[in-house]
Design a protein. Structure first.
Length: 144
């Protein structure tokens, strides 16, 4: 009987994973500038917030969307809403402080730029994502 093998992935995957951890560590060190406790707290807090709060919210929203599409008898259309919504929410999550203007003063001091255009750009990107998805849906329905 052979011993169980660990599923480690290809060497390229392992290299990319190691690079992503190194980049995240570098970013943490640069952002928190020598405050080791703060760096650990930031990484652990981000992981806990994501895993214990955001993932259940993602799942609940996805299940509600699925039930809504099933009730309407249009489950095959769900990816055309799911993908642009997920990308739009990801952009909102990443750029939230700038979109809401919560860090406008710090951003202006650091870059010399204003945060005024972030909300409008996020809304335009969201509209483009949903518009492109709707166009793709129409083209695929017409083709089929």
């Amino acid at each position: 009987m052979r011993p169980p093998r660990l599923a480690l992935g290809s060497p390229l995957q392992l290299l990319l994973l190691a690079c992503s951890f190194a980049l995240a560590g570098y970013a943490g060190v640069r952002l928190l500038d020598g405050d080791r406790f703060g760096i650990v707290l930031w990484f652990v807090g981000a992981a806990i917030l994501h895993d214990l709060v955001l993932v259940p919210l993602y799942g609940a929203a996805d299940q509600a969307l699925l039930r809504g599409f099933e009730a309407a008898g249009a489950r095959k259309w769900m990816p055309y809403v799911r993908v642009p919504a997920a990308l739009s929410l990801l952009l909102l999550l990443v750029w939230f402080p700038l979109i809401t203007g919560r860090v406008a003063d710090r951003y202006a001091v650091a870059t010399g730029l204003s945060t005024d255009g972030f909300l409008a750009r996020w809304l335009l990107i969201t509209a483009a994502l949903f518009g492109g998805s709707a166009l793709l849906l129409v083209l695929r329905r017409r083709k089929g």
